[in-house]
Design a protein around this ligand. Structure first.
Ligand code: C5P
Length: 272
């Protein structure tokens, strides 16, 4: 179900092809259990609950039969829900679920998914499966900015730490400490960036085409899609993200995510 009559035909790309080494489970992160289901299943349910996607395109580790089966059972879950709501007269649009092989880098995974979008798609939200608990409200804020004319929009949260730049110590001071401070960033101008990031599809395509020719060092420095759009000189707008959109990266993040699911402590610090 689109949220506004002016909303572009929208797809959600869910990138879930990472190795998850930092989580230390010895399996792709998307497979790691969280509150009885996998991280992937939580992420898929979150995308579906937002109700903005005509198509959900998932990038998975190539050849991973277990994650593919999880996507297929999620698609079956969606169809059953669609049939139930159709008979009650409250039918919501049933998104198509498609699966692509992810690539060696996150950007490669996004490119593979973009290539598999249906021809009528006009806008796309790119979402990390690792942000499995991103609330519906964030999807809606991103989609609303696209509907209002943004070509690129990202959800952000304020930075709570003071952030400094550093470089390795040299000239004899290496015995004192490994790094020395070179500056302090103005915190009020800094934001931590989350997903889903929303784009006019043509703009995202152009941004990724430009990046396809990057050498290995430059490609490794690409950590989100918005930075590629910034390089095109297209304005990237920022809307409010949410603390529960945390990227599950370390074992501590998994503990936090479990706490959010189980509440009641979690519910007190959850915002939309
Ligand atoms: O590695 P990082 O934390 O940046 O991963 C963010 C998201 O990108 C994760 O959901 C991960 O599964 C996905 N990813 C991917 N393909 C890769 C690397 C990461 O889909 N090659």
């Amino acid at each position: 179900m689109n949220t506004a009559s002016t909303a572009p035909v929208t797809a959600v790309i869910l990138v879930a092809a990472g190795s998850g080494q930092r989580l230390g489970y010895g399996m792709p992160k998307a497979k790691v259990p969280l509150g009885g289901d996998s991280i992937l299943t939580h992420a898929l349910r979150g995308v579906a609950a937002a109700g903005i996607a005509r198509q959900i395109c998932v990038a998975l580790p190539p050849g991973d039969a277990e994650l593919r089966a999880q996507c297929e059972s999620f698609a079956a879950e969606l169809q059953a829900e669609h049939r139930r709501t159709a008979t009650s007269g409250a039918a919501v649009q049933l998104p198509a679920v498609s699966i692509v092989d992810g690539g060696a880098s996150r950007a490669d995974s996004v490119r593979a998914a973009v290539a598999a979008l249906e021809p009528d798609v006009e806008a796309v939200l790119v979402h990390d499966a690792a942000r499995a608990l991103a609330p519906e409200a964030v999807f809606h804020r991103v989609a609303a900015a696209l509907a209002a004319g943004a070509k690129a929009v990202i959800p952000v949260v304020p930075v709570v730490d003071t952030v400094k730049t550093v470089e390795a110590t040299h000239d004899g001071s290496a015995g004192i400490a490994p790094e020395v401070v070179t500056g302090t960033a103005p915190r009020e101008q800094l934001r931590s960036v989350q997903t889903p990031q929303g784009f006019e599809l043509a703009t995202l395509r152009r941004a990724h085409e430009a990046a396809a020719g990057f050498d290995a060092d430059r490609a490794a420095a690409v950590t989100d899609d918005a930075m590629l759009v910034e390089l095109l000189g297209v304005p990237v707008y920022a809307v409010r993200g949410a603390s529960q959109s945390l990227k599950i990266t370390t074992p501590l993040d998994l503990i936090l995510a479990e706490g959010l699911l189980e509440g009641p402590l979690g519910a007190r610090w959850v915002e939309g």
